[in-house]
Design a protein around this ligand. Structure first.
Ligand code: SF4
Length: 225
């Protein structure tokens, strides 16, 4: 169990999975840069949260639901939770029958090579299970670019990975630890690449880089005389 002040946002697992340094720059050092991807992602999320609740074909669709897990020390918002009629489901205030909760997370773009979106969806389901005292074994990711839903099975190994990642995030927070730069192919799409300076770190040393820059300046001055 965690103190409420130590809770982390569910969405942090996305940044943490993409790059631990990016997570630390955003969540420990309050650095944030918007690029096209983050802006488009925000617009898609705002559209998703326009309506709070509606019923379609017997399915109760709830948007923007606040969720938490005391066990994982996390909280956040589910884009959409579909409550589908199910004899083994949970009761809902003001509604007849029982329902099975199924989280649906909206993303811009298309399915990714890494599991960041799947981890986030699973964390939402784990929160819902704790709050509603039920089991949720599936969820969906909807991608704006492909306009398709990806079905995700929420099995034990996935839950273990999510729990381990949040334990790691809590530990990094406790230590206030920002990992060093390790340039990867993800850096090209990173919204913090200009702050993180991966190209600088690829050089043999900072001293060599500075010497190179000074030499360039010297050349420029010579040319201007
Ligand atoms: S530029 Fe690369 S190393 Fe730096 S935060 Fe982004 S992904 Fe991580």
């Amino acid at each position: 169990m965690y103190d409420y002040d130590d809770y982390v946002m569910i969405s942090e697992i996305q940044h943490f999975t993409f790059c631990r340094r990016q997570w630390a720059l955003i969540h420990l050092e309050d650095q944030w840069q918007e690029n096209l991807r983050t802006v488009e992602g925000k617009i898609l999320h705002e559209k998703t949260h326009e309506t709070q609740s509606e019923v379609r074909d017997g399915v109760v669709i709830t948007r923007g639901m606040q969720v938490f897990s005391h066990e994982l020390g996390i909280n956040g918002v589910c884009d959409t939770v579909e409550f589908r009629p199910d004899p083994h489901g949970v009761t809902l205030h003001g509604r007849i029958g029982t329902y099975k909760p199924v989280p649906v997370e909206y993303k811009r773009g298309k399915p990714k090579e890494h599991n960041a979106d799947i981890f986030q969806l699973c964390a939402q389901a784990m929160c819902l299970e704790e709050m509603l005292v039920c089991e949720i074994n599936e969820g969906f990711l909807f991608y704006g670019e492909t306009r398709r839903r990806q079905h995700v099975i929420l099995d034990e190994s996935l839950r273990d990975e999510v729990s381990a990642k949040f334990m790691e995030i809590h530990e990094y927070r406790r230590r206030g630890y920002t990992p060093k730069v390790k340039p990867t192919k993800s850096c090209g799409a990173c919204s913090l690449k200009d702050i993180c300076l991966p190209t600088l770190m690829k050089r043999s040393s900072a001293k060599a880089y500075l010497n190179e820059k000074l030499a360039e300046q010297g050349d420029d001055q010579c040319e201007s005389y």
